[in-house]
Ligand binder design. Structure first.
Ligand SMILES: C[S@@+](CC[C@H](N)C(=O)[O-])C[C@H]1O[C@@H](n2cnc3c(N)ncnc32)[C@H](O)[C@@H]1O
Length: 271
């Protein structure tokens, strides 16, 4: 049976996918600015990389950095994006690997998959496939892909060990990980750690850097790098909480313990 946390995560991201689809259909919606609270995420990407993508793919962007900047994708490579959401990273990656390559997007949320498939169809991109499943139990054979990307998803997993072990299994020998994620940089209160809402919002499930490295090493990865790129101040977390409609939860928390406790990070490793 599905855990409460997982079903909350699914409902939350399913709701976002429906919201993006509904706003895109609305006749009032001439530009991207009225299409939900994820529009600022377009700033993660170079304009040239998102040019021509369906606006629903851009508006559904929920990542915390751009893994394609350091994934070093090459023509002909096979890529798997864990927790592909509305498909933005998958669609961009398809351009790097070209027609001889292939990009799979894996997600557990039906509404996100539907949105991603619509975005694929609208974009006309062919070398992409969206599949339903869990990152902790990847429905691909051993040694299938050259690169695994992921953007703000590992923090949501209730079993990060299983997700990382599965990533290792499906990577070809010498394959690589290029993950954008959130990490925890200092001790936080139990209230923060135990908040399902903050977990769903990508915060309380974040790993400490040393723990992230330990899990990667245990799975067999080498050349491990976990590098924070953008520290989250209390002001920034407050605005994230507002955009995720988590103000009530935020108000109850100790702001000082949140200040600087989390950061977006890039994670690199090799099989
Ligand atoms: C924060 S969103 C990020 C989406 C996308 N990577 C992006 O950058 O826009 C997290 C996504 O991961 C999916 N997800 C969360 N936990 C998952 C799991 N255990 N297995 C598969 N997908 C999961 C959610 O359905 C959601 O689409």
């Amino acid at each position: 049976m599905e855990s409460i946390k997982r079903s909350k995560i699914r409902n939350y991201y399913g709701g976002i996918a429906k919201g993006v689809t509904a706003n895109a259909k609305s006749s009032c919606c001439g530009g991207s600015s009225c299409c939900g609270d994820n529009t600022e995420n377009a700033e993660l990407y170079d304009p040239e990389h998102i040019e021509g993508l369906p606006k629903e793919a851009i508006n559904a962007s929920l990542g915390c950095a751009n893994p394609l900047v350091f994934a070093d994708l090459k023509p002909g490579e096979k890529v798997l994006d864990l927790g592909s959401g509305g498909g933005i990273d998958v669609l961009i990656a398809s351009g790097y690997v070209g027609v001889t390559g292939m990009v799979y997007g894996l997600d557990m949320t039906e509404e996100m998959l539907k949105l991603a498939i619509q975005n694929k169809e609208k974009s006309g991109i062919k070398n992409v496939e969206f599949i339903k499943g869990y990152i902790e139990d990847i429905p691909l054979d051993d040694e299938t892909v050259d690169v695994i990307t992921s953007n703000c998803v590992i923090n949501l997993s209730e079993s990060k060990e299983d997700a990382i072990k599965e990533a290792y299994r499906v990577l070809k020998p010498k394959g690589r990980l290029a993950i954008a994620d959130i990490v925890q940089l200092k001790e936080v209160s139990d209230e923060i750690k135990q908040s399902i809402e903050l977990w769903v919002g990508c915060i309380s499930g974040a790993l400490e850097m040393e723990e992230y490295k330990r899990i990667l090493k245990m799975a067999g990865f080498k050349g491990i790098e976990v590098t924070p790129v953008s520290l989250y101040s209390k002001e920034m977390l407050k605005s994230v909480a507002t955009s995720k409609k988590l103000d009530d939860i935020y108000k109850r928390l100790d702001e000082e313990s949140l200040d600087g406790a989390f950061a977006s990070a890039i994670v690199k490793a090799y099989k």
